[in-house]
Design a binder for this molecule. Structure first.
Ligand SMILES: Nc1ncnc2c1ncn2[C@@H]1O[C@H](COP(=O)(O)OP(=O)(O)OP(=O)(O)O)[C@@H](O)[C@H]1O
Ligand SMILES: [Mg+2]
Length: 356
């Protein structure tokens, strides 16, 4: 599963030419600002996920000074039908597959993609936002209604914040949030069990057994999600009223990552934290494959930063073993050992350097 070729018209600094891809590993190399991340973003958009960073405005995507705001991104799938996906962005998004309109959700199932951005490398020691992003990305792929329920939950939390700021009563909104919050906890716990299982096969990448579990936001004293949410709201009522923010619920969730029983953020060197981060995304990909029966395409931006040559080689072997299409980028000039197809990116122009 993946792309044969893509073409991006009027998209950021990328030249409007056809780019052909290997069904295996593809590595984009080039100096800072050449357009490597933009290529990965184009692939993310053509796969139904939209821009890589949440909150990116559509108006920032058309090539500057092009005189038009219309963008067209085209990708041909490398399955036996070679279907063509077209995403047009102007005042609105339209997604077509073989000229038939398709929703972003349906497209994401058709061609599952997992993306890993430079900030995600801080998944071990950085903000809980990165850990929630991983859980949400995987769940969006494997549970059809997850994205819309998460959206409803976030909207409810916004409303609750407004009520708390105005000093109002939150009983009604809490009642509406209860089924959503407890369902999201259940889903996140299940997905972490799935990823934990797959982490056991990552021993080449990580030296020690690594466990992950969910830390329910502002909660966790009772096992059943519903009871836990209700009870935690009760004991945090005054705190929420004083702080004027909701402190209980999945928007505050975190993931506990331990190696040999110690939090990985404390016990691992930076390089090894990065290896665990990479192992997590590969384990997530394995989980998605088992659930959907399709191997997700991987978008890995600046994947080799801070890995030593042994770490890079282990990573490349692990990627090869996944037998999936990978689009990776690096600004480092080390590419001789890369077991896939190499591309040079220069001012938005992409050229094949070697055909592996
Ligand atoms: N809408 C746009 N039109 C034209 N150029 C754009 C647009 N948006 C961004 N750019 C340009 O794209 C370039 C950034 O590209 P990108 O982030 O893909 O670089 P990169 O190769 O990933 O660099 P790095 O190695 O620093 O991550 C910037 O130089 C920016 O000026
Ligand atoms: Mg970049």
């Amino acid at each position: 599963m993946g792309y044969n070729r893509v073409r991006f018209n009027n998209f950021r600094n990328i030249e409007p030419r056809e780019i052909k891809w290997s069904p295996g590993l593809n590595l984009l190399t080039g100096p800072n600002g050449s357009g490597k991340t933009n290529i990965l973003e184009g692939i993310n958009i053509v796969s139904g996920w939209g821009p890589l960073e949440r909150g990116t405005r559509s108006s920032s995507l058309p090539t500057w000074n092009s005189g038009t705001s219309e963008i067209q991104l085209t990708g041909q799938l490398n399955d036996e039908n070679g279907e063509i996906i077209k995403v047009k962005i102007s005042s609105r998004y339209t997604i077509k597959i073989e000229e038939e309109t398709i929703t972003a959700t349906d497209l994401r199932w058709k061609i599952p993609v997992l993306s890993f951005l430079p900030n995600d490398m801080s998944i071990i020691e950085g903000s809980s936002v990165f850990r929630r992003r991983l859980m949400d990305m995987v769940l969006t792929l494997i549970v059809p209604v997850y994205a819309s329920r998460l959206h409803d939950y976030r909207r409810g939390i916004k409303q609750k914040t407004a009520i708390l700021r105005n000093g109002g009563r939150t009983d009604l909104i809490d009642r509406a949030l209860l089924p959503l919050a407890s369902w999201i906890w259940k889903m996140r716990e299940e997905v972490l069990v799935m990823i934990s299982e797959s982490m056991k096969d990552m021993s080449g990448l990580i030296a020690h057994p690594t466990e992950i579990s969910l830390l329910r936001g502002g909660s966790g004293s009772l096992p059943l999600p519903e009871e836990d949410f209700r009870y935690s709201l009760k004991i945090n009522k005054t705190r929420e009223e004083v702080l004027k923010v909701p402190v209980v619920g999945p928007h505050r969730d975190d993931m506990l990552i331990t190696t040999n029983g110690t939090p990985a953020a404390l016990s691992l060197s930076r390089g090894f934290r990065r290896r665990v981060a990479v192992a997590l995304i590969l384990a997530a990909a394995e989980g998605v494959k088992r659930k959907l029966g399709k191997n997700p395409v991987l978008l890995l931006d600046e994947i080799t930063a801070e890995l030593d040559s042994e770490g890079r080689n282990i990573l490349f072997c692990a990627l090869l073993e996944r037998k999936t299409q990978v689009f990776a980028s690096t600004a480092e000039p080390f590419t001789e050992s890369f077991p896939g197809r190499l591309y040079g990116v220069d001012s938005g122009r992409v050229d094949i350097i070697n055909e592996n």
